[in-house]
Design a protein around this ligand. Structure first.
Ligand code: HEM
Length: 495
């Protein structure tokens, strides 16, 4: 299964959140809502179309485009996608289900614990791991490369039909998230190497086995990265601190749910903000740039002329310096994510067969538009409108201004002015109107911060609960750890 199928785990959404993986934080939409037509709002050439073309690549001079967001690096778009794939893992569509139909409770929780990386661990998912190097992940070799040469192990491991052997197939949906997944695999392996030579002891527990320690350290460094870097950049100033100091007000504020769950307002609306951060194409390295997806939904993947997932050769390896400030000169390309607003790029408005593998949706079908799909999901899940969500958030004690409908539906959105505002669309417009698209607005930011922080707070083995004063050990700056540190430790940047 890939990204385009049923909302994973959603069948449990209406059950008691204590048993469900999905739940709600706001009441459903009031009856009689008048939603805009998803196909009209989300179509190519419609008001959500950024006006880019398929195959569009960034200017090699690295000039800032009008849709670039200098506050958020391009790499964070794909870190955001990676995080989504970590926390919304669904037993019905993942490797887990095949081995463990009765999935244990632990397995079914939605935590920031990298099950998209580790699967069920070396004993249950041995095909993810390297039999010749205990405790390490198996890595893949670049096309045409020598498998014996460690420098060529820069792709995900793949089976004989080039399907990536990873904990979540969606992490091979595009080349950038695929290379980020590789960075996490290599980061874990580097931590194992340290532990093997007696390094990597943070004094937490003397009883941990080597693999368990490596896994915990990787998870905690990742959780730090999410809490201290990804979230603050994404949700705007002060929000993370407020949630940590004054508590959650929206997401399970009284800790009634026994386990972490994903609210549909997060997965179907607020956290889909990332779709507007995607650029039409990327300069992947100084010698190779391409559009994200092809213009024709079933275009051949080889030879590679776009950035769909799948095997790659040496000329297509991501140079992370073009995606985040690694301290090296920029040298052109796209270092930034796109602004958070209602505009999506062409490749997302006609998703290829590799992303939505539904043959009955031909080229140009409205349901190949990610915008249309998001709007349809919101209606299907009876999500509240933006105004209803703001009113409820205020009732629950978060002080949030409402962006009036007239301001939401301004400019070329005016023809939709008589309609209620779907929550995802509100979150995007709110970011554009109140934060110039640099970060999420008050409602979107609050939902995203509360859920991600809540997932950590509801996880007894997160660093926030198990050792709140813990500090990372693999950063350039003592006591800190960011994405560049992870890439460096993985041997993929700034070396
Ligand atoms: C190239 C980039 C991306 C592509 C092609 C993509 C594509 C998709 C597709 C096809 C869906 C399913 C839509 C549906 O049928 O309901 C989806 C769901 C979703 N996406 Fe993305 N996405 C991308 C990036 C992102 C980013 C950057 C984020 C967040 C930062 C994100 C967050 C989500 C969430 C929360 C869901 C719903 C839950 C889930 O299935 O995980 N996506 N995406």
């Amino acid at each position: 299964m890939t990204h385009g199928y049923e909302m994973r785990g959603s069948y449990t959404a209406e059950k008691n959140p204590a048993q469900a993986r999905f739940g709600r934080i706001f009441p459903k939409a009031a009856v009689g809502k008048s939603w805009p037509d998803p196909a009209a709002l989300g179509k190519r050439g419609g008001p959500m179309d950024q006006g880019t073309s398929h195959g569009q690549t960034p200017a090699p001079d690295g000039a800032l485009g009008t849709q670039d967001n200098p506050s958020i690096p391009a790499a964070f778009t794909y870190l955001g996608q990676f995080i989504d794939h970590d926390i919304t893992l669904d037993p019905t569509s993942s490797l887990e289900r095949q081995n463990d139909p009765e999935a244990t409770r632990n397995f079914r929780t939605a935590n920031l614990e990298l099950d998209n990386l580790y699967g069920a661990g070396p004993a249950s998912h041995p095909f993810l791991y390297d039999r010749t190097r205990p405790g390490r992940f198996l890595l893949g070799t670049l096309q045409g490369g020598d498998p014996a040469d460690p420098a060529q192990r820069m792709d995900l491991p793949r089976n004989a039909q080039d399907v990536a052997l990873i904990g979540d197939p969606r992490n091979d949906e595009n080349l950038i998230v695929s290379q980020l997944h590789l960075a996490f695999l290599r980061f874990h392996n580097a931590v194992m190497d340290d532990i093997d030579i007696g390094l990597g002891d943070d004094g937490f527990s003397a009883d941990e086995g080597k693999f368990d320690r490596a896994q915990r350290l990787v998870r905690w460094h990742y959780q730090w990265l999410v809490l201290k870097h990804f979230l603050p950049a994404t949700v705007g100033p002060g929000v993370v601190e407020d949630v940590l100091q004054n508590g959650r007000k929206l997401y399970d504020p009284n800790n009634k749910a026994e386990e972490a769950f994903i609210p549909v307002e997060f997965s179907v609306a607020a956290y889909r903000f990332g779709h507007s951060q995607v650029q039409p194409g990327y300069l992947v390295n100084p010698g190779f740039g391409a559009g994200l997806f092809p213009g024709v939904i079933n275009a051949p993947i080889v030879p590679r002329s776009d950035l769909r997932g799948g095997p790659l050769s040496a000329r297509e390896v991501v140079n992370w310096n073009l995606f985040i400030d690694t301290g090296l000169p920029r040298g052109g390309g796209t270092r930034f994510s796109a602004l958070i607003n209602e505009k999506l790029v062409a490749p997302l408005l006609n998703l290829p067969l590799s992303v939505v593998p539904v043959l009955s949706l031909p080229d140009g079908d409205p349901q190949r538009s990610l915008a249309t799909r998001n709007l349809m999901r919101a209606a299907a899940f009876e999500l509240p409108s933006g105004a209803e969500a703001v009113a409820e958030a205020n009732r629950l004690g978060v002080n949030i201004p409402l962006v009036p409908s007239a301001q939401i539906w301004s400019g070329d959105l005016q023809p939709f002015a008589s309609h209620d505002v779907p929550l995802w669309f509100y979150v995007l417009r709110e970011a554009a109107v109140l934060a110039d698209g640099k970060h999420l607005g008050p409602l979107g930011g609050r939902i995203v911060a509360e859920v991600l922080i809540g997932l950590l707070q509801k996880d007894p083995i997160s660093f926030l609960v198990a050792k709140p004063d813990w500090k990372p050990m693999f950063g350039r700056v003592t006591g800190d750890f960011d994405l560049v540190d992870l890439l460096r430790k993985a041997g993929m940047a700034g070396t």
